[in-house]
Design a binder for this molecule. Structure first.
Ligand SMILES: NC(=O)c1ccc[n+]([C@@H]2O[C@H](COP(=O)([O-])OP(=O)(O)OC[C@H]3O[C@@H](n4cnc5c(N)ncnc54)[C@H](OP(=O)(O)O)[C@@H]3O)[C@@H](O)[C@H]2O)c1
Length: 206
């Protein structure tokens, strides 16, 4: 279905999508959470990390997620972390709408990524992303706070979690504060690979 609004994240088995502090962000826990992605051919090519890499179902899932995405929306903390970490050619290659209180001119990167800073809320960011995405889907890229706002507003159609075999104990919980009375989940697919389990759900209003 074209025009789907979705998110796709890696989550620890105990429900966290990031360690608690920025200092830990590129540390051991983050590396363990994302360990399934780093060896993949598509990931390596997209981040210009070099030729080669693993193929197979994990790689296909990462590539399919990229290809279906016509525009992304993200929170300011995810953007701030990425601004440090992404290469000059940021890995989106589409418009990205950053929900933030900060006023800033659009930031165009080589390779087709332009970051637009949206100050009038999540619905406005989503409207602009839908318009930019055309026939493709809109990805709510993260982080936890922004995804939760969209879930609680009833604006997410579907999501996929790559459940990583790692325990965090503390950090940023994906569903902390979810409006459980409103959100019902419908299982769509479960795909285990040798590194993670990919779980896809549709969201229905209760
Ligand atoms: N595991 C994964 O797959 C995955 C994927 C993506 C991200 N992450 C991680 O998630 C973490 C970031 O998540 P987070 O929950 O801390 O923060 P976030 O959702 O990235 O950003 C939250 C910030 O965005 C701005 N914002 C959000 N909604 C807004 C609104 N309606 N109006 C205006 N501004 C708004 C605010 O910043 P200002 O007030 O400063 O503008 C807010 O503090 C990072 O550590 C990242 O690595 C993990």
């Amino acid at each position: 279905m074209a025009g789907t609004v979705f998110f796709s994240v890696s989550m620890s088995l105990d429900g966290f999508i990031a360690p608690g502090s920025t200092a830990e962000l590129m540390g051991q826990q983050w590396m363990e959470l994302q360990q399934w992605v780093f060896p993949l051919r598509f990931f390596r090519e997209n981040l210009k990390l070099g030729e080669g890499g693993e193929e197979g179902r994990d790689n296909d899932i990462v590539r399919e997620t990229f290809e279906r995405t016509g525009a992304s929306v993200m929170g300011k903390r995810m953007f701030d972390a990425g601004e440090q970490a992404w290469p000059e050619e940021a890995p989106f290659h589409t418009p990205v709408f950053v929900v933030t209180h900060e006023k800033r001119d659009p930031w165009q990167r080589p390779g087709g990524t332009t970051f637009h800073f949206v100050n009038d809320g999540i619905e406005s960011a989503l409207d602009q992303a839908r318009e930019a995405a055309g026939d493709r889907d809109v990805r709510i890229a993260g982080g936890g706070a922004t995804i939760l706002e969209y879930v609680n507003a009833g604006l997410i159609d579907e999501f996929t979690i790559a459940l990583s075999p790692v325990l965090f104990g503390s950090g940023i919980r994906l569903f902390e504060g979810v409006d459980a009375g409103r959100v019902a989940l419908e299982p769509v697919r479960a795909e285990p690979t040798h590194r993670v389990t990919h779980l896809t759900y549709a969201i229905r209003e209760r």
